[in-house]
Design a protein around this ligand. Structure first.
Ligand code: ADP
Ligand code: MG
Length: 775
């Protein structure tokens, strides 16, 4: 004892102060007393020194039994077992129940599926003499002495002199008063935490602590789970709650994976996987649990994919669309350019699909400027040439308007119209445009013409999927920049006809793993070649100090007859705020920077007609610099524009910057992308460096996915990307394994009728129900 205290005494008060300062910094929130320790004491559980002893759940007491014991209410079928509301668990009051709800945890099932973010490895017991600075360690020690020192606002710092037979160790906490200081003295405890050092002296900073005699070591001496938290909840409390839930409720989980699949893919059963994911016995068990649950998530997704694909391939009532040769000849003769080899190849793939009775489902990928629109027009020609209608849906009014114009031009060449009239006995093809701001007077005749079949092609925004829109014979539905649409919108356009062929186009190159998940049921065509004569767009990231130089550059380009975009920083998600920023920037640039140039303005809050006018003026070269929000991000095609200047570029994602950059370099002139950024974050800097050096959209997409993760990457929550808790979209091998298993299963038992697949079928039904609710 004297020896122990000698060490303690040797620590000067300033050093102790320093230790505490350290502890203070490490502690962001004051914590509550450790429930487990108090619980253990209360219960007076006899000593069980096995660190992984699992005799009894520490907390909570079983929900139903405590409830029925209290008021004698019999169990009801709802609200028991896995559906038990967490507020009925012992230790969960109304306040904590609300906090749990914020984490999406309302039932015991939710609690089981509230997975740890990660685990800290406190499993290796060490002797005090072996400790090294920086290690995460667990020691079993006796508390020789405890000193508590009051600090401001009812807190106290607690310093315990502990030790085992190999040496002494200081432990420091900073807690509310009445914490546990006095209870520690003389006890044997298990401490888990990080070894730090102050002035050459080792100490444990805010270690987890449990009494050795406690039956169930939850927070020490094992792989300790760390959960996602919300304000007011603390790790220890949630860990104990989870522990109780895992013990009692995990065994109730019903296995939904067929045994044959589990066996073939070496997957542990669901209850053990859940238990091990929370409180793994060791690292290999944790890995196995994770693999099982990751496979599970991916497998369920791929089952849906397999079912959709099968359904599409079996439906055999699509109208075969074949372009009459005379029409095709006229079209190609009128084209202002030669198709690239890639365009010809994908057009061929599409035309092959269209000629069949099985509905096409094809994803057309092609980098910005690759020339997807003309391919869409070729597909439309097959539809209208076969007496069917075609629809094209684009994500913004500006883009829809531009497509309307391009398609009308491509299909409206005199020779094409002549051939069409000769074939179908009436003038055409007629192309209409329907967007949200289309005035009622123009809308009515348009809808009538679509419904009667007089209209051959309807181009528009999601206005196309409104109920009032009906087609006489929709043979082909095309969705452009399709990642901008939700799954439902995407499929809604397909509902507008009996069983139209579907073509979805995207310039956001989707890494293979995501494509397998999102568009797994579609066939894929890729335009992997840019039209000839395109020059690489020179991209520079410049700092605020070089702003004047950047403006000077814009001025020179404009004087040389070119045009420029100035994109305002991404201020806010809201259109209104962004619009205001764009207006302010427009005024500043007009007055102070480019008083001699003709500037235009474009933002999301402008009326349809105003946008049209602004776009028309820019397209015609009447305005030389277009100041805009990200409404110009997708699709806009003004070949004379050669400068894209992006303000606050670090705020944009890579895919977005690539799209913005794709607005220039669409003609033969050398084009430039200037990225202004004052103080980019580290991530921002990384993105800017990547975009400066890379023009390959696919590589950018993969980088973006890596830097931002899939949700952000796709830009919208309704992108249709399922929420993965365990699986990782970058795990190609597992995605492919799950996909293969799912496709084989659907091949063998398409409707999941076999006994061993019934649980799976039920699980899918629940998922489908939740998915519809969420929309
Ligand atoms: P995206 O694939 O980004 O939608 P667009 O269809 O808008 O690209 O085409 C970009 C530009 O390239 C347009 O101005 C279009 O007229 C032009 N273009 C398309 N195909 C060719 C080609 N084969 N040769 C030359 N220019 C082409
Ligand atoms: Mg396009």
């Amino acid at each position: 004892m004297a020896a122990a205290l000698a060490g303690y005494a040797a620590l000067g008060s300033s050093e102790r102060e320093a230790c505490v300062a350290e502890a203070l910094r490490a502690l962001d929130t004051p914590r509550r007393p450790p429930v487990a320790s108090r619980g253990a004491e209360r219960r007076g559980i006899p000593t069980d020194t096995s660190p992984s002893g699992t005799s009894q759940p520490a907390l909570p007491a079983a929900a139903e039994s405590s409830r029925s014991a209290r008021n004698g209410t019999p169990r009801r079928p709802v609200g028991t077992g896995l559906a038990t509301p967490v507020r009925r668990l012992a230790g969960v009051g109304p306040t904590n129940a609300k906090r749990l709800a914020r984490l999406g945890v309302e039932t015991t099932r939710d609690l089981l599926f509230h997975f740890p973010r990660r685990h800290v490895d406190y499993s290796k017991l060490q002797k005090v003499a072996e400790l090294q600075v920086g290690d995460l360690v667990t020691v079993v020690v006796t508390v020789w002495d405890v000193g508590t020192f009051p600090t401001r606002r009812g807190f106290e710092r607690i310093e315990a002199i502990t030790g085992d037979e190999t040496g002494n160790l200081l432990a420091v906490w900073f807690r509310r008063k009445d914490y546990f200081g006095s209870k520690l003295r003389g006890r044997q405890v298990v401490l888990s935490g990080k070894v730090e050092s102050r002035l050459g002296r080792l100490y444990l900073n805010d270690p987890e602590v449990e009494f050795l005699e406690q039956a169930d070591l939850v927070s020490t001496a094992r792989l300790v789970p760390l959960y996602p938290l919300t304000e007011g909840l603390n790790q220890r409390w949630l860990r104990n709650l989870a522990r109780g839930a895992v013990e009692r409720y995990a065994p109730m989980l019903e296995e939904h994976l067929p045994t044959s699949i589990r066996r073939r893919h070496g997957l542990v059963d669901l209850p053990s996987a859940i238990a091990q994911l929370h409180f793994p016995d060791d690292e290999p068990q944790l890995v196995r649990a994770r693999r099982r649950l990751a496979f599970d998530e991916l497998f369920l997704i791929q089952l849906g994919v397999a079912q959709r694909r099968r359904a599409r391939l079996r439906a055999a009532d699509s109208p075969p669309l074949v372009t009459p040769p005379a029409l095709a000849d006229a079209f190609h003769a009128a084209l202002p350019f030669e198709l690239t080899g890639a365009q010809r190849r994908v057009a061929g793939q599409i035309l092959d699909d269209l000629a069949g009775r099985r509905p096409m489902g094809r994803l057309l990928q092609g980098d910005v400027g690759a020339g997807k629109t003309v391919v869409a027009a070729i597909a439309m020609l097959a539809a209208v040439g076969s007496g069917q209608q075609a629809a094209l849906m684009a994500p913004t009014e500006i883009l829809a308007e531009q497509h309307g114009r391009t398609i009308a031009q491509l299909l409206g060449a005199p020779a094409v119209r002549a051939a069409f009239e000769h074939l179908r006995g009436r003038p055409g093809p007629e192309v209409g445009l329907l967007v949200g701001s289309t005035p009622r007077a123009r809308r009515r005749p348009l809808l009538e013409a679509a419904a009667s079949g007089e209209l051959d092609v309807l181009v528009g925004t999601h206005a196309l999927i409104q109920e009032s829109v009906a087609f006489a014979d929709l043979g082909l539905a095309i969705v452009d920049e399709q990642h901008r649409f939700g799954v439902l919108q995407r499929s809604a356009i397909g509902q507008k006809g009996r069983s139209p062929h579907l073509l979805v186009m995207t310039a956001t190159p989707i890494p293979r793993t995501l494509a397998l998940t999102l568009y797994g049921e579609l066939d894929v065509s890729v335009i992997d070649e840019l039209p000839p004569g395109r020059q690489t767009i020179k991209t520079r990231w410049v700092s605020a100090a070089q702003r004047d130089g950047a403006y000077e550059f814009v001025r020179k380009q404009v004087q040389a007859g070119r045009q420029a975009f100035v994109v305002c920083p991404l201020v806010d998600e809201s259109d209104a705020v962004a619009a205001k920023a764009a207006v302010a920037e427009y005024e500043r640039l007009s007055r102070e920077v480019f008083p001699e140039l003709r500037l235009g303005l474009m933002h999301g809050r402008m009326k349809g007609a105003e946008k049209d006018a602004a776009m028309a003026a820019f397209r015609a070269g009447e305005t030389q610099v277009l100041v805009a929000t990200t409404v110009v991000e997708v699709g806009i095609d003004v070949p004379n524009a050669t400068v894209m200047l992006v303000e606050g570029a670090d705020r944009f994602g890579l895919a977005q910057l690539h799209q913005l950059r794709g607005r220039v370099g669409r003609g033969a002139e050398q084009s430039y992308c200037i990225l202004l950024s004052e103080m980019p974050s580290l991530d921002g800097q990384e993105r800017l460096r990547v975009i400066e050096t890379t023009t390959d959209g696919f590589r950018l997409a993969e980088e973006d996915l890596r830097i931002r993760g899939p949700g952000e990457f796709l830009g919208t929550r309704q992108s249709g990307l399922p929420d993965l808790k365990v699986a990782d979209f970058s795990d190609v091998a597992l995605i492919e394994e799950a996909r293969k298993a799912a496709f084989e299963l659907i091949e063998r038992d398409p409707d999941l009728r076999e006994a061993e697949n019934l649980a799976l079928k039920a699980r899918l039904a629940i998922l489908a129900e939740n998915a519809t609710e969420a929309v």
